[in-house]
Design a protein around this ligand. Sequence first.
Ligand code: PEP
Ligand code: CO
Length: 447
Amino acid sequence: MWTPESWRRKHAAHQPAWPDQAELETIEKQLSSVPPLVFAGEARDLRASLGRVATGDAFLLQAGDCAESFDGFNAVAIREKLRVILQMAVVLTYSAGVPVVKVGRIAGQFAKPRSSPTETKNDTELPSFLGHMVNDLPFSEGDRRPDPQRLLQAYNQSSSTLNLLRAFTKGGFADLRRVQAWNQEFVSSSNEGQRYQKLASEISRALRFMEASGISSQHPEIAEADLYTSHEALILQYEEALTREDSLTGDWYDCSAHMLWIGERTRQLDGAHVEFLSGVKNPIGCKIGPSATPDEVVGICQALNPDEIPGRLTLITRMGAKNVTELLPPVLEAVDAADIPVVWACDPMHGNTFTSETGHKTRHFNDVLAEVQGFFEAHRQAGTHPGGIHVELTGEDVTECLGGGEAVEPQDLGKRYETMCDPRLNGRQALDLAFEVAELLSGDQEA
Ligand code: PEP
Ligand code: CO
């Protein structure tokens, strides 16, 4: 039987080696009585919206940092991330004519699975950096020691981030009548920035026309936005501690975020992560990488969405640009044949990472785009809905991914390479991608 702690009977992959169990338990206890970050009703609303994505009546935009940082924590960084997500959503909605469900990798995205549990430098072996929820990046014994106090700090930072996001989305910043103000300076001079400017002024004109015709634009649909939160549910003690029984329905919700996902490295059918997320009623995601067999993916659907609820499960495929054409179709076919409703989202980032000659972990915009194109094409052929994209981005003018309209070149990577983990699209590249996806999406709708 599922309980919030039943995952403890299974193997949990990619967990930190917490040096002090008693300290961890003390923190778990503290976290189990803090106020929830999100409400069950909000998670249900998101599930309903994702249900519309599953049937092709809406599009999912899930985006944000690879890993949020305790250091770069300030209002401007949060606002800039929100701004670029709003811009992308407007481009998609306006060009493709479908509502966009916006989900941030934000307010809780602090834990990272790594390819190796330890890192060795000059004969010193230390635990790998597992995200600020666990330890710190500098290569020293003190910094790399898993520290349960960080779980509390992650909760607190998530709470303030969410508070600010709620203020921005409900308090005027996300008002569609400000659509032109969302373009940032470093973006507006570029081609995609100007393209955005043109689209934004068309929207403003349409809104003025509405007003002039006596139709008020004071609707919450115009004045406010919904941005849901999500993160990888990796550290299960944290997720369990924030899981609450909903007084209205008696169901369990993981109240650390609206949506949680299982990573590519922790999606074992008999593992602790699948067990934990199978029992909470939030909408959940699961990454599907190139090693997943069609049968395995069907097994994941049966384990995570046995009641076949549309919007409950999002499969986030991340095959890599080179593999998507070959590997995605059999997966789509198998899930379609099993007749379990899912949202299909494309993560065009994690299958396309490589190390540049300058030694930076990077991704090329062309590969990102190629995977998205392959994703749309595979769905067109299978007759399934390409439901959304899942991307790593920042609102800032970083140089972490190569290419894009105003191309970042290999020699630029060192200039503003600021990520703590994976390379993110900058504001320009993100907007560029939104225009490309909008075209694919509107072509898809006409077909
Ligand atoms: C991520 O989304 O940051 C991540 C680690 O992805 P994946 O599990 O697909 O490798
Ligand atoms: Co990442």
